[in-house]
Design a protein around this ligand. Sequence first.
Ligand code: SF4
Ligand code: SF4
Length: 418
Amino acid sequence: MDQIIFIVILFITTAALLYSFWKIKSNFDKTKSTAFDGQIGKRTKLTFQVAFGQSKILRKPLVGLMHALVFWGFMVITIGSLEIIIDGISGSHRIFGTWGIVYDVISASGDLFAFIVLFGIIAFLFRRLVMHINRFKGIELGKKNKTDANIALTFIMLLMLSLIGLNVYEVVLMGDKTIGTYPVSGLLVNWASPVHAAGLYHFFWWMHILLIFVFANYLPYSKHFHVFMSLPNVFFSNLKPLTQLPLMPEVKKEVDLMMSDNPYADSTEPASSRFGVKDVEDITWKNYMDALTCTQCGRCTEVCPANITGKLLSPRKIFVDIRQRMDEKAGINKEDAKALVGDYITPEELWACTSCNACAQECPLNISHPNLIMDMRRYLVLEEGQAPEELNAMFANIENNGAPWKYSPEDRLKWTEG
Ligand code: SF4
Ligand code: SF4
C-alpha cells in the first residue's frame, strides 16, 4: 500500500515539476538567441572552478566556507534522496547498501554533511533574521523576497532534521544490522527512545521525502532556483574580457544596407526591429538564465561604486526586475502598455553605471550585468533619443567636429604653435 501511495505522490510531483519547467521554457522561447562559441574544455574547467569549487564564494573565507559546505553537502545528500525514491518505488530498504564500502563512505559523508548543512542554515537564518546584514537590504528586495529566502532556508533546515532523524532511527531500529555508517547520528542513539522506533523511522522517512517533493516544486518560483541553475549558468559564462562590449548586429546590418545592395536578401534570419533592449523579448536567453540563477546575495550591489555613492542603481535589481517582468508577461500572455525599461528600470539607474564591471567580477555565479545595462542604454539612445545632456553635447561634437570636443578639426593642432 505504501508503495502505491508513494508512486501516486511521485507522479503528481513530477507532473507539477514538468509543468513549471514547461512555463520556464516558454519564457526562454520569448528571448533572443545568441551564437554559442564552443570552448567546451575551457567552460568545463570554469564550471569545476567556480560552480563546484565555489572559488568566488570562498573569497570571503568564513561566510564563503559556510556556503561552500552547504553546497557540497547538498550534492552528497542528493545521492541519498535518489536512493529514497528508488526505495519508495520498489519497496526496498536502502537499496544502495549492496555497494559495501562505497555505501559506507557515501552514508557517512551524507550523515556528516547533514549536521554541517543544518548548522550552516541556522547560521544563515540568524544572519538574516537577527543580524540584519546590509547586503540583504535594497529597494528591489521587498517582503516577498525576504519571505522567500526564509522559507527556502526553513525547508532545508527541516530536510536536514528529518534526515538526521532517519539516520538515528536506522541505527536504533537495525542495531548490528544497520546498513551504512552514521558517525554523527550514531552518537545520538542513546537519546532516542527504542519505543515506537519503527513508527518514528517511517515518520522521518515520509517527512524527508515529502519535504524533498514540495521543496523541488517550490524552487522554480524561488531565488533558490540557483540550486538547479548555477552549474549551467557558469558553464555558459561570457568568456570574453569583461570590458569588451558586444557589437550590435542590428547596427552593422543598417550600415551594410547603406553601403551596398541588400547583402541579406537571401538570409533566413528573422529581421530584428529593435535596437538594444526595451523589454524582456529583447534580452538573450543567457540574460534570462542569469536572472533565474541570481541568488539575490547582493555581492554585486555591495561593490558597485554607483550604489556605494548613493546613486539609484543596484546591479542586483536588474535581474530581480527581469524575472518579475518575465513572470508578469507570462501571466498576461499578451502585449501590455508597460516595458522593462521605463516601468521597472529607470533611465536614471541605467545612466548611473560607470561600466567598471566590478559587479560581474564579484558575482559568484558569473552573471554579467554591464553588457545588459549597455544594451538598455543603447535602446534609450537609438530608439528614444534619450541621453543625458552631457552626452548629447558630445554626440553633437562628434557629428560636427569628428571628435568629442567642441573645437573645429582645423584648430586641432593650434596647441603646437609657438
Ligand atoms: S547578480 Fe550575482 S552577485 Fe548579484 S545578487 Fe545575483 S548572484 Fe549575487
Ligand atoms: S559596472 Fe555598473 S552596475 Fe556594475 S559595479 Fe560598475 S557601476 Fe555598478
